[in-house]
Design a protein around this ligand. Structure first.
Ligand code: SF4
Ligand code: SF4
Length: 198
């Protein structure tokens, strides 16, 4: 089974992954369709603070904290691809999933995928339909600096590191530093939003 690997050192914060994701998940499947559309859904987000950048999205954890926490069965796994999928029509917007996700990978708003016109949880679906058509995830395809790659995960399953959260921000050589950098960047991002100096 393949997963998206992140090598933040190669990320140049061009945000091509974010745009590709938005186009992929928009009913128009076009850049122009996104303009001014508040229901646009972007499942990957590039944290860019000071001179560092970090593309982050759902790690499709196994086991998945969000799936275990959801009281309405809105989150399930596609056993064929390993993707953790959120069904917006079953979502009650209770935010249990968001509270337990260690990567802040779940957001809330009204999206085109929700039938009933209300705020719901949304997250990366690993471009599950693309995978079933033998394509790679849109963000990976759009990343020309190879910060995002789509690679076989199974060889890593036997490694001790898989028991740790750190494996999920996956860069094979540099796993332990990933989660620390991510958290550091999030702190700086929140401080910047509040207008504070970090
Ligand atoms: S949303 Fe968070 S907890 Fe759920 S699979 Fe993705 S990274 Fe893991
Ligand atoms: S917000 Fe929706 S998907 Fe998340 S736990 Fe609640 S019902 Fe489940």
């Amino acid at each position: 089974m393949k997963k998206i690997f992140v090598d933040y050192k190669k990320c140049v914060a061009c945000k091509a992954c974010e745009i590709a994701c938005a186009i992929e998940h928009h009913p128009s499947h076009s850049l122009f369709g996104l303009l001014g559309d508040k229901k646009t859904q972007v499942n990957v987000r590039v944290l860019a603070v000071e001179h560092e950048a970090f593309p982050v999205s759902c790690r499709h954890c196994d086991p998945a904290w969000c799936m275990d926490a959801c009281p309405s069965g809105a989150i399930t796994r596609d056993n064929e691809t390993g993707a953790v999928i959120l069904n917006p029509d079953l979502c009650k917007a209770c935010a249990m999933c968001a509270m337990v996700c260690p990567f802040d990978a779940i957001s809330f708003k009204e999206t085109h995928r929700a039938k009933y016109g209300r705020d719901v949880a949304y997250k990366c679906d690993l471009c599950n339909e693309r995978l079933k058509n033998n394509k790679i995830p849109a963000c990976v395809e759009a990343c020309h600096s190879n910060a995002l790659t789509f690679e076989e995960f199974e060889p890593l399953r036997n490694e001790k590191a898989v028991k740790s959260l750190k494996v999920y921000l996956m860069n094979k050589e540099d796993m332990p530093k990933h989660i620390e950098l991510f958290r550091e960047l999030r702190k700086k991002e929140f401080a910047a939003r509040r207008g504070e100096k970090s």
